[in-house]
Design a protein around this ligand. Structure first.
Ligand code: DAH
Length: 340
């Protein structure tokens, strides 16, 4: 038995020396250590050993088996380490390579201003209410107290579509739609695109407005000015003041044009405010009683204020943009300047 084991030990050593991969390691285990392998097979040969020598022979076989198993474990650990090292080398990542440039987009200045105004008014309890860009004459004009022959229609050259439809000339159509849908108290902002057949250095046939409407009991022009003060201070700086000038809009009575103190010169007069110290930013007023009545809201019980802001104008003032075309050309060199 001693001799048989010695021969097998020599075989084991030779085989182990040839183990270089998990495949050959598995083959080694199969040949020597599996249930039908050569090492467990020694036990079967115990039968040929004289009875009195069997306990000693059994012990030797067990010791040999333990030794081969230990050698197998050691080889397995070595192979595992070698294979991991090889894989690490093969899959190595060079972290010194410069990263790929990612071109992140940025929000358009019109979007930035729109969101900023919405944020400011959301803080005062306003909800956003979107009205359609294609609407009918009644919502865009008639029910806003601009009847068919009204001269105010000439101020807004309209793109007419088929039938009674048109491209809205103002976000004021949102006032009528909101008052048809809701009952007071109403507090909405209606942003969006508007269209006029008008195009030159300071006019684009498509531009953006933000309509505001509040209808409740006891609303006055003071409420409008108070909220606009908050708006312009947030947009243009703490010290900014507002000034209301009498004006005319068919849907408000009284109507006002709102100026802000020039944030460039602080009111002393500069090229931005054309020496006046004031810059016009929006129109508004107390909702005309007829408009409330047109929407089945009792003007003796409720009153309201409304305003309309030109978003392009605010963006140009806020960011110092001197050419409106820049806002529509989508030149990346211009747009990239608004990256945060
Ligand atoms: N819709 C007007 C325009 O486009 C702006 C405006 C003025 C809206 C006064 C209002 C308002 O709601 O009260 O010129």
């Amino acid at each position: 038995m001693q001799k048989i084991i010695e021969e097998l030990a020599a075989q084991v050593d030779a085989s182990l020396a040839g183990v270089t991969s998990s495949e050959s390691l598995a083959a080694f285990w199969q040949e020597y250590l599996s249930k039908n392998g050569k090492v467990p097979g020694l036990m079967k040969q115990l039968r040929t050993v004289p009875k009195e020598e069997r306990p000693a022979a059994g012990k030797i076989i067990n010791e040999f088996k333990g030794k081969v198993e230990a050698e197998y474990e050691a080889a397995a650990a070595r192979i595992k380490a070698e294979e991991l090292a090889a894989r690490n080398t093969a899959e190595a990542v060079d972290i010194t390579l410069p990263a790929k440039l990612r071109n992140a987009g940025s929000l358009h200045p019109i979007t930035l201003v729109k969101q900023e105004i919405i944020d400011i008014f959301a803080g005062m309890g306003f909800a956003v209410y979107e009205a359609p860009e294609i609407d009918d004459d009644a919502h865009n004009f008639t029910r806003l107290n601009v009847p068919k022959d009204h001269p105010a229609r000439d101020m807004q050259d309209t793109f007419y579509l088929s039938g009674d439809l048109l491209l809205r000339t103002q976000t004021s159509n949102g006032q009528i739609r909101a008052m048809d849908e809701m009952r007071p108290p109403i507090k909405i902002l209606s942003p969006g695109r508007v269209f006029r057949s008008d195009s030159d250095a300071t006019h684009s046939p498509m531009f953006h407005q933000m309509e505001g409407l509040v209808v409740d009991k006891g609303i006055t022009l003071c409420d409008l000015q108070g909220m606009l003060d908050k708006l312009v201070q947030a947009l243009f700086g703490e010290g900014t003041r507002t000034r209301l000038r009498p004006s005319y809009f068919p849907f408000t009575e009284p109507s006002v044009e709102v100026d802000v103190s020039c944030f460039e010169c602080g009111g002393c007069g500069c090229s931005l405010c054309k020496g006046t110290g004031w810059i016009e930013v929006l129109g508004g007023g107390v909702v005309n009683r007829r408009v409330l009545a047109n929407c089945n809201i009792d003007p003796d019980e409720y009153s309201g204020f409304a305003f309309g802001i030109g978003i392009e104008r605010i963006a140009m003032l806020k960011y110092g943009i001197n050419n409106m075309g820049l806002l529509f050309e989508n030149d990346l060199r211009f747009l990239k300047q608004f990256q945060e």
